[in-house]
Ligand binder design. Structure first.
Ligand code: MTE
Length: 317
């Protein structure tokens, strides 16, 4: 991945901690019923504890002085990876205004009894969102804490009735170089594709997100609908999805195809398997200056480690 090393992040790109504490109070206060109703959401999993947040009600695996604090809205929406709009972290917020998230459809097809073409607004109405605070750990050794609005992917998959032959799920981003200027250059084989094994896709932590911080998903974060898989490196969380296909074979996921020695299909957050060009042992939380230890499965091991029992995760990284 073309990356900016965490050490290269300019201090101007990092929000002052005091500011985002204040901003967080402001934004949470501003996420009234109106804003949430706009995306059919109901807040349920957010539990603020002082300035910290206990993500998704799970035990907080960091030491007490390393509690999770929501990353500022400005950082979440201003520091992005979305190569369809350029390779610099600041490109998506500058250029993603050309993406038109309406009208938008998502085809759910393949090994299913009831393939369906969903209109995005019907998805939002039929699958009410809840707020879930998840850590996002990017493969580039930085992380954020994001209050997503979304619903379990499982709810959508159940609707189309997967057949017993469905072993994997393949996700595809929109291909439209007129809307996505980065697709005019062959930086990656477009469209961006990702995949999950069926049990990962059906896991209750796996979300389809349609919003964050109580608002509709900004274009640079993958409007109008993106995947969020909190125990995997961020590149699995594919944005601006137009097709979800249930398949028999492991899908050809973009980064895995481009650089298989660097980006595995599973991509579970694993501090014990270094990227060939940098360590994965520590990470910098955007908005903080120190580094913290990276946790196996990004801290969600109690919930997901059983999915990988018997697998050698140093080989199947
Ligand atoms: N999805 C698409 N279609 N294109 C991309 O370039 N980048 C991935 C992922 N999803 C990417 C994508 C990577 S590397 C990361 S870290 C996350 O999106 C970043 O999500 P965020 O910008 O909302 O933090």
């Amino acid at each position: 991945m073309l990356i900016k090393r965490p050490d290269d992040i300019k201090s101007s790109e990092i929000t002052d901690e005091r500011l985002y504490y204040d901003r967080r109070k402001f934004i949470l206060a501003a996420t009234g019923v109106g804003a949430l109703a706009a995306v059919g959401a109901s807040v349920s999993w957010l539990r603020a504890t002082g300035e910290g947040v206990d993500p998704v009600g799970l035990s907080t695996p960091f030491a007490e002085d390393e509690e999770d604090v929501l990353t500022s809205y400005e950082s979440i929406t201003g520091y992005n990876n979305f190569y369809e709009f350029g390779t610099d972290k600041l490109d998506p917020s500058k250029h993603a205004h050309t993406l038109k998230p309406r009208p938008w459809t998502v085809a759910v097809e393949g090994e299913v009894n009831k393939p369906q073409l969903f209109d995005i607004d019907d998805i939002i109405k039929s699958f009410p969102s809840e707020e879930r605070v998840y850590r996002l750990r990017c493969v580039e050794a930085w992380s954020m804490v994001i209050p997503w609005l979304g619903f379990p992917l499982k709810d959508l998959l159940d609707r189309v009735e997967p057949t017993s032959r469905a072993k994997f799920v393949e996700f595809t981003t929109l291909y439209d170089p007129e809307q996505m200027r980065g697709q005019k250059r062959a930086i990656l084989p477009w469209p961006y594709v990702e995949g999950l094994r069926m049990d990962e896709a059906m896991h209750p932590l796996t979300l389809l997100s349609v919003g964050l911080y109580g608002k509709m998903l900004p274009n640079q974060n993958g409007a109008p609908i993106r995947l969020v898989v909190p125990w995997k490196y961020g590149f699995k969380s594919i944005k601006s999805i137009v097709r979800i296909r249930l398949v028999r074979e492991e899908p050809a996921a973009t980064w895995n195809v481009v650089a298989p020695g660097e980006y595995g299909f599973y991509a579970n957050v694993n501090p014990n398997v270094d990227h060939p060009r940098w360590s994965q042992k520590r990470e910098r939380r955007i908005g903080e200056f120190r580094k913290r230890p990276t946790l196996a499965f990004n801290g969600y091991g109690d919930e997901v480690a059983h999915l990988y029992e018997g697998m050698d995760l140093t080989k199947l990284y």
